[in-house]
Design a protein around this ligand. Structure first.
Ligand code: COA
Length: 385
């Protein structure tokens, strides 16, 4: 029996902020952002969008195509949770009108948890192949204004249906794992922006890749030469270049410096325009490859998932022949093009106004079908248009 990703769909915020405007304001060369970190824009949420509305927007095309039969588990992976107790997935369950006979949980470990969600889903389907699991990765990546991480914000959700006999990607059983208790990025409970030791986090990411890859090999993982592409967690797309070069070096690739060109081709297009999306970012990279790359039916794709703190995993899957017919590239392009550009003043105002105490109503501005209307008696309210 094969198990893996049967369908995949993404959504992002309704606004877009150009990094050229940030560089302008800072009085620096935009090359630092465009080439140095590999980002041109970041998605920004409208007042009435959050991780639940993005998740609903990402999951809706999947549910419209496949229905809800057999979905008895929803796993919502996020760093940017909206409640300390109630899982964001339960709000999603409500707005999507999913059946009551479903278990729903939220998973957290910085940018890694969507990969854990997929692994848990694979286990559930292995035990009961008639079941399907809806995995959601949704995050609003926020750093402090004027901090080193500011240029690496963004927002997106990726929804995936995990099933037996998948139509997109058969996930192979071997994983390489690496966990290390470090403080490279964290967010105390009273903060809505992450704290980060940026350069240290880059070093820990690369060391974790080495650890996870070596474990992957020791567990009987596939040879480096058999990978057509590798999808990386992309806090900024240049990170994937650094990572692929490190992997090539460890794996003994004679052309380590140029290894990124072939192995990353197609995987950074969406992330360059959307910015960091924490847990969603590696699966956004995968969707970018599916939508924008050549037909790689039968080819092996590697995945390196990294979550600061730090937990990481290297695993692989094989693309199912005919997978291109399952995709919706035009809908992603439409969503990206529909984002309303905001200038520096508006970007900054929205950033500051994000934290609102007490009850409030939001402005009606999302283009999605589900909106976050605000809070009443400190209860989050969602409505369908
Ligand atoms: N043209 C082209 N490249 C330029 C440039 C220019 N005008 N100016 C600078 N650069 C390059 C630098 O050489 C550097 O490249 P390198 O990493 O290959 O050496 C890159 O742009 C970034 O410049 P740097 O001075 O290192 O930026 P920074 O210290 O302000 O911030 C991060 C970089 C990644 C540390 C910062 O964005 C951050 O904290 N991000 C959040 C944390 C994160 O994403 N961690 C990743 C692991 S999860």
């Amino acid at each position: 029996m094969t198990i893996g990703i049967h369908d995949i769909s993404a959504a992002t915020g309704g606004l877009v902020f150009a990094l050229a405007d940030l560089a302008d304001h800072e009085g620096i060369d935009v090359g630092k952002y465009h080439r140095g970190i590999g980002q041109t824009e970041m998605s920004v949420l409208t007042d009435d969008e959050d991780i639940v509305t993005m998740a609903a927007r990402a999951a809706t095309p999947i549910l419209e195509r496949h229905g809800v039969d057999g979905i008895r588990t929803v796993v919502f992976a996020t760093e940017s949770g909206i409640d300390q107790s109630k899982a964001a997935g339960v709000f999603l369950h409500g707005v999507l009108g999913l059946p009551h006979e479903v278990r729903v949980v939220e998973l957290k470990e910085a940018c890694y948890s969507a990969t854990a969600a997929i692994q848990f889903a694979l286990g559930i389907v292995a035990r009961r192949p008639e079941e399907r699991v809806l995995v959601i990765a949704s995050d609003n990546a926020r750093y402090e204004l004027d901090s080193s991480g500011e240029a690496t914000q963004g927002a997106a959700a990726v929804a995936m249906l995990i099933s037996a006999s998948p139509a997109v990607l058969e996930i192979e059983p071997v994983s390489g794992l690496w966990t290390d208790d470090v403080m490279d990025f964290w967010r105390p409970n009273d903060r809505s922006t992450a704290l980060v030791d940026g350069r240290y986090s880059v070093a820990v990411y690369l060391d974790s890749l080495e650890g996870a890859w070596k474990d992957y090999q020791s567990q009987g993982g596939a040879a480096y030469e058999s990978f057509a592409r590798v999808c990386y967690h992309q806090p900024f797309t240049r990170m994937a270049v650094k990572a692929q070069q490190r992997l090539a070096r460890i794996a003994g690739d004679a052309d380590a410096a140029g290894a990124d060109t072939e192995h990353l081709a197609g995987t950074t297009i969406y992330n360059t325009r959307i910015g960091n999306s924490y847990t969603a970012s590696i699966y956004l990279a995968f969707l970018s490859l599916l939508d924008n790359g050549p037909d790689l039916s039968g080819e092996r794709i590697g995945f390196f998932s990294y979550g600061s703190g730090a937990v990481s995993e290297f695993f692989a899957g094989v693309l199912v022949p005919g997978y291109k017919q399952q995709l919706r590239p035009e809908s992603m392009e439409r969503m990206l093009e529909a984002r309303r550009p905001i200038d520096y003043t508006e970007y900054r105002r929205r950033h500051v106004e994000f934290d609102r105490p007490g009850d409030f109503e939001t402005v009606d501005e999302t283009l999605g079908a589900v909106r976050f209307a605000g809070t009443t008696d400190l209860k989050r309210q969602y409505e369908r248009r």
